[in-house]
Ligand binder design. Sequence first.
Ligand code: 3EB
Length: 342
Amino acid sequence: MSADRLPSQAARPPAVEAAYVTPAALDALLRAGRSLMGEIRFGLAAGDPAAPHPQAQVGMAQLNDPPLIEAWLSRQPVSYHRAGRIRFARNDEVLFGCIALADVAPAGFEQVVRGCYAEILPFLDAQGYPQLMRMWNYFPAINAALDDLDRYQCFCRGRFEALQDYYAGQFDQRLPAASAVGSHDGDLVIYFIAAKTPGRHCENPRQMSAYHYPPQYGPRSPSFARATLKRLDNSAHLYISGTASIVGHESLHLGDPRAQLEETLENIRALIERVERDDRLAFGGLDGLTHLKVYIRYPEHLALIQPRLDALFGPQVARLYLAADICRAELLMEVEAIARTP
Ligand code: 3EB
């Protein structure tokens, strides 16, 4: 029997996994012994405010029926805490944290973002989970003008300054997978998963690294990796960043939602293939995907996006469709994903 088939290893559950589930299905998972590390509600009423786990509401309508909760679950014991503005849950391997801020004034937005990141980074070091694996950033009016920039560009500058200050010479190597997407109303919501030990941050052969984008997209480039690979149990988990119809650094297929979707899927396929080669892993290409979160600027485009994804993916790939604004005005959609080796 080869070492990777030892029963003791096969029995080890992943420290954290995503579930896009109805409230009833979530209750069933919790009754079956899973612990909730975090709960994100898109376009839904708030959960139980007395519950101990990190939770956030995001102002994006769900286009799928029935609506689902994004839950992050653990099969290990979890403890719940607060530090400053951060609510978090942790187990022996990973930490899930969340900051939600109401009523952020446009004028101070960049400094607020910088302040959030400047709070999160030393917090993770102090907790002993210094390795960011995945970050999500949601805020309203992402395409609105703010001084001579737009709000996304201000977000990028605030995030960059804090990450650059903290990571300094290690900046490029430490950036995690991320999404930064525009909600229609509500709070600035930043949530993240970090680990005690590092994952590997990956880039996409079809796309320029976002942190190298030229200045035409803003004074400070977006600070994220295209994906983060992490071995959590016997399988490798690949957290794929928000991915859009961008090749090199350019947006393609302006005004053409079908073509933007195909280019986005091709970007995801190429990224997975690159990781399979570099890390000698077998995700099975797009068949390795387990979760898709699809952000759609114009809800009427669901009618062409959903049937295409239904044709490509079976019911084992959980899908969440959200009405959202994408960071570049010409982008009609963005897709983030999780893949896992069998
Ligand atoms: C892109 O490829 C599309 O600023 O954190 C995707 C994922 C995008 C994350 C971010 C932005 C971010 O540039 C936009």
